[in-house]
Design a binder for this molecule. Sequence first.
Ligand code: F0G
Length: 409
Amino acid sequence: MRQRYYLKCIGCGGEYDPERILYTCPKCGDLLSCEYDYSRLPSDLRGIWGERTLSVWRYLEMLPIEDRRGEIISLGEGGTTLNRCRRLQKEFGLRNIYVKNEGENPTGSFKDRGMTVGVTRALQLNMESVICASTGNTSASLAAYAAKAGLTCIVLIPSGKVALGKLVQAIIHGARVIQVRGNFDAALRIARRLSEKHPLYLLNSLNPYRLEGQKTIAYEIVDQLGEAPDKVIVPVGNAGNISAIWKGFKELRTLGFIDNLPEMIGIQAEGAAPIAQAFRRGLDGMRPVEDPETVATAIRIGAPVNWKKAFQALKESNGFMETVSDDEILEAQSLLAAKEGLFVEPASASSIAGLRKLASSKSIDKNERVVCVVTGHGLKDPDIVLRQSPKMIEVDADLESIERIIMIG
Ligand code: F0G
């Protein structure tokens, strides 16, 4: 009998024992996906899930982990708020806008959803060390979960290009932080090689187990809305998250929880947009961007490893890609903070910048129900805000001078 879950190659369709440590297909080298034997699911899944709080682990039966000895490494990930954004709606001339605030996760980004699964997996495989390359959030998250699990954590980051808050997180959680003179793509190539040569468990989004955790964004959105939205807008870097979310929606349809699927819309920064460029060419293959550059350092990626899965998501969902400039990203960041009380990092604001652009080009109908995923907390990158803000006022400690300033406005 087939196991409850197994690994399947998205290219040649080869199936593999989930106990093997594989990141890509041993036959053809393509990406792997975690698949489930639906006939082995409990019949009252809805009832079982309904009794648990909204979180990644609500969906245990559709995750590739056996909770044998209560060994799940959790910091309380998922269960993030789906904010109805009425002031933003008004600003953009739309009527049904929601923002899924992934900054509420334990280390302040959606990566925690993947790491709770991925690090638990590392422990169950008896690995002692974990490794990732990162633009910041993956390393912050992996460092925290590795600390909780008692694992050694090695992170490779592009030198000088990681936001301060994320760097500080990796350091305080005790990771061995190695700055690489090169960009994220170069760091990931080395991390992959290292994981092949040494007993280091790789926790980049190439790891299909990690993506399983991230698909719970889709599960939660459906639980929160009662159905699938019309469109989901996601910032795209290495393209793991958009693929994972799409997989989540497809599974919910297979399970009979939803009838309709949303269109997936990926947003990239203009200076780091290989998938958006491929989309304009009709998805004829991926040409890497050699020197990606954007203020949204989290998505400063030129050679996304999950591009094939992202292409599938775009094709199957009838979705599309859009690009936004750095100025548009920073404007959207300020707008979301000022209108909705949500402070997100620049990469996350790209989904809001994308929404604004698509609303003004009428690519979104005003009645459509749209969910923007904002992926990381604004405090991760405080420098960018200070760099943009006017100089702060400083006065003597007396009533009149402060009154004068307040009255002037
Ligand atoms: N938003 C934020 C805040 C991110 O940190 C990332 C990726 C993304 C969006 C894009 O997600 O790669 O799945 O398409 N950050 C990775 C990191 C690359 O190392 O932290 P993706």
